[in-house]
Ligand binder design. Structure first.
Ligand code: ZN
Ligand code: FE
Length: 254
């Protein structure tokens, strides 16, 4: 879930909690967009001086809420060169989990888009993802085929490029998320799509679930579809996090 601090989400923390309760969710994780250095794209994220406010909001919600369980997370951009900055930021507060995201910021996509080198763009994306996994900064990697928005080629042409990133995730014991918000976008499918999840399962990469709500009504949306997909593909559990420790929740509900 996001908060108004990231400048592109609506609703109060309590609105999100209310909706989670209405949907019968056991846990609700907040993971708003992190502050980044001055030179980075700051349009859709909180400022440095807002991070304590964010942490304070979520901790206050934890203190007054028994159910659902509220988790303090962060969605942090991964960009080479910002590792030390991020390490300081993510160890300063008692986060339950930190999501690493590769977004189209920082200018890394431009050379490929200019040449319409979509396979090159996918390769660069998954290179960054492998690096992000090895950085040791993250528990989860977000929406791991997001660049399908900007590099429209067939899945058979990009999936082999994802393998190295998935191997790095397996090796570093970093999970990826099935993010249901893709169903609400023009791609009309999860991030990532099924074929990626199949390869992840084969390689033994842990998976978690998120609805990436930027408005209260989207809290927990389509999670049951994601659970069904996981069962279909042969996963027997999904991951949750507390104090940056990962725990598997069996899919059969036992
Ligand atoms: Zn966002
Ligand atoms: Fe994101």
């Amino acid at each position: 879930m996001h908060t108004t601090l990231c400048r592109h989400a609506v609703g109060t923390v309590d609105d999100y909690i209310e909706q989670a309760r209405a949907r019968g969710l056991e846990a609700l994780g907040f993971s708003c967009h992190n502050p980044m250095p001055e030179w980075y794209d700051l349009t859709a994220r909180m400022r440095e001086e807002e991070l304590p406010t964010y942490v304070g909001w979520i901790q206050a919600a934890q203190a007054r809420t028994e159910s659902p369980r509220i988790l303090l997370g962060l969605e942090a951009d991964y960009f080479p060169g910002t590792e030390d900055y991020l390490r300081k930021q993510t160890t300063r507060y008692p986060f339950d989990y930190v999501i690493g995201s590769i977004h189209p910021f920082g200018g890394w996509m431009a050379p490929y888009q200019d040449r319409e080198d979509y396979a090159g763009l996918w390769a660069a994306y998954y290179d960054l993802m492998a690096q992000s996994a090895r950085s040791g900064l993250f528990d989860v990697i977000a929406h791991p085929d997001l660049v399908k928005h900007w590099a429209p080629i067939e899945v058979e042409d990009w999936l082999p490029l994802a393998r190295k990133a998935l191997e790095a995730l397996a090796e570093a014991e970093v999970a990826f998320e099935i993010n249901t918000s893709g169903l609400r976008k023009d791609v009309e499918e999860f991030y990532p799509r099924r074929e990626f999840v199949e390869m992840a399962q084969e390689l033994g990469v842990a998976v978690t679930l998120g609805s990436d709500a930027h408005k209260p009504d989207d809290v927990g949306k389509d999670l049951e579809k994601a659970l069904k997909l996981l069962a279909d593909i042969g996963y027997d559990s999904y991951a949750t996090f507390e104090s940056r420790q990962r725990r598997g929740v069996p899919l059969d509900g036992s």
